[in-house]
Design a protein around this ligand. Structure first.
Ligand code: URA
Length: 232
């Protein structure tokens, strides 16, 4: 397959945009920068765009450092969405694997692979999500103990975190495997405290890299998927 078609097909980009990326030296094949859009490559070649592996066969997996103020849903009509941050590059039908609230920040996964999205969010798969929370009031040992024991968080729902620990006077780390609506906020409230800021720092074995600034995103390769899901 021609390299311009390869980039266009597997990154969901227009052919013209693919060509301009190739000509500007952003594409490598097996470690060598290529500038000729007509070059032929095998589908299993190691093709990178901006240093990230291009995953052939149409599956896109993105990790993003979600900034505050962006929603993870296309349905909510108000305000910018996380999809706006990637839409220039991707025409694929991406979904978010584990939504964050508008005011929450941090690690957000987007993919067009429905099975992967389901795997990440399914409570049955018990993939850990780690949250760093700044609290309104100082955190007490009783609150930590109550959250670790599990609490009723309203609407007849019970939340039992994997672990909750104090990080500072007004900050805690909460690890959950479920992703109930507003779960961290409702858990904090049930313990007698309140969330001031909420940041997701890890999903499964994938931690948000410090190099990824708010609003930035990167393609993640198959190895990262294995780290997230623990799958072989
Ligand atoms: N729990 C919440 O309350 N909000 C989030 O954004 C994520 C988890």
């Amino acid at each position: 397959m021609r390299i311009d078609r390869y980039i266009s097909k597997f990154e969901g980009l227009s052919r013209n945009y693919s060509r301009s990326l190739i000509k500007s030296g952003k594409v490598s094949v097996d470690g060598r920068v290529v500038r000729d859009p007509s070059l032929h490559v095998e589908e299993n070649a190691n093709v990178t765009l901006d240093g990230s592996r291009v995953i052939a066969f149409g599956m896109i997996y993105i990790m993003m450092n979600k900034p505050a103020g962006y929603v993870c849903s296309r349905e909510e009509s108000e305000g910018p969405t996380v999809f706006d941050l990637v839409q220039e590059r991707f025409s694929y039908d991406l979904s978010v694997a584990g939504r964050l609230d508008r005011d929450s920040t941090g690690l957000t996964l987007l993919s067009n692979d429905g099975l992967f999205v389901h795997h990440v969010i399914s409570p049955k798969k018990t993939i850990e999500k780690e949250y760093l929370v700044q609290t309104v009031k100082p955190v007490t040992p009783e609150q930590i103990e109550a959250m670790n024991g599990g609490l009723l968080i309203g609407r007849g729902e019970f939340s039992k975190p994997v672990s909750v620990r104090t990080l500072g006077e007004n900050s805690v780390e909460i690890i959950l495997t479920e992703g109930r609506f507003h779960e961290v906020k409702r858990l904090m409230k049930a313990s007698g405290n309140e969330v001031l800021t909420l940041h997701r720092s890890r999903i499964g074995g994938l931690s948000l890299p410090g190099s990824l600034k708010p609003g930035e995103w990167a393609n993640i390769g198959e190895d990262a998927l294995k780290i997230i899901t623990g799958a072989e």
